[in-house]
Design a protein around this ligand. Structure first.
Ligand code: CA
Ligand code: CA
Length: 135
């Protein structure tokens, strides 16, 4: 029983990460490049899960998460405590697997001229689950 559940959830993960992004949701520069494929990891100090940072040139950004019916937030990281910039949030479902954020050039900063993007989900329900970011 457990094994079967595992294979079903693996299937869901492969599905959500590999489904082609439709042309109706085209990126500004014409192609989506994946800049992050990783996990959301629980931080007990803050009570949320977040991903590693991914460097973006701004423009349009798309996120996907393994777990449906969850609100995924997109943030931009800056040095120091409490300086990160909130970009927005998207509630993702099996019918709406792409969370798209348009025109986020304003989030590009720093000497590297990049936005350090990460995904955050409140609580610990998505701990260890997959998340992806495209630029
Ligand atoms: Ca910033
Ligand atoms: Ca930054």
């Amino acid at each position: 029983m457990k094994k079967r559940w595992l294979s079903i959830s693996m299937f869901a993960l492969i599905l959500v990460s590999l489904i082609p992004i439709s042309s109706a949701e085209a990126a500004g520069n014409g192609s989506w490049d994946r800049i992050l494929s990783g996990t959301l990891d629980y931080n007990p100090t803050y009570g949320f899960c977040d991903s590693a940072n991914a460097r973006s040139t701004g423009g349009d950004v798309l996120i996907r998460g393994e777990v449906p019916y969850v609100t995924y937030e997109l943030w931009e990281s800056d040095p120091g405590s409490g300086n990160d910039d909130y970009i927005g949030k998207r509630y993702l479902t099996p019918e709406k697997i792409n969370g798209i954020f348009r025109g986020i050039n304003w989030a590009v900063d720093g000497s590297n001229n990049r936005a350090e993007l990460y995904v955050k989900v409140n609580g610990r329900a998505v701990d260890g689950k997959w998340v992806g970011i495209w630029d």
